[in-house]
Design a protein around this ligand. Sequence first.
Ligand SMILES: [Fe+2]
Ligand SMILES: [Fe+2]
Length: 171
Amino acid sequence: MKATSLLEKQHRKVESIFKQLESGRSEPGPLLAELANELVAHMAIEQESFYPAVRQIKEDLILESYEEHAIAELALKRLLSTDPEDISFKARVTTLKELIQHHVEEEEEELFPKVEEAIEAKQLEQLGKALKAEFEQRLAEGYEALLPAGYKKTSADKASHAKHANGANLG
Ligand SMILES: [Fe+2]
Ligand SMILES: [Fe+2]
């Protein structure tokens, strides 16, 4: 599967969990854990592999993406530390959903088409394969292992300033 198709598929999965959460039909606890696992693993593979691989194509958009991931991660942490009985629980679910929605729209409408134009199909398939393996690994590690403690630093900051991200494309 092409990298962009794989990432889109993961977007749809996260959206479906949001829908279930907002419907209020099932226990929020397990849904929240599933959401956090899927979302954090997805953001991790974008931050660590996909964004560095396509950073040259549209660097301003990639740097903006890292910032949007950072804000989403903070919103996710606030939600994870919120009791489902809290009056702000629903508002925090909706706010996180809207942040993600905006970001996903930019990826799918602005970034991915440029990536598909710039990178050969065969290469995109290879990247997709690597991303899929990485995603399974991150998913198995679980969100708690992947999220940095506290609110000062996000996993996105670490990735956007990583040597491999700068080295290849900014020289
Ligand atoms: Fe993203
Ligand atoms: Fe994404």
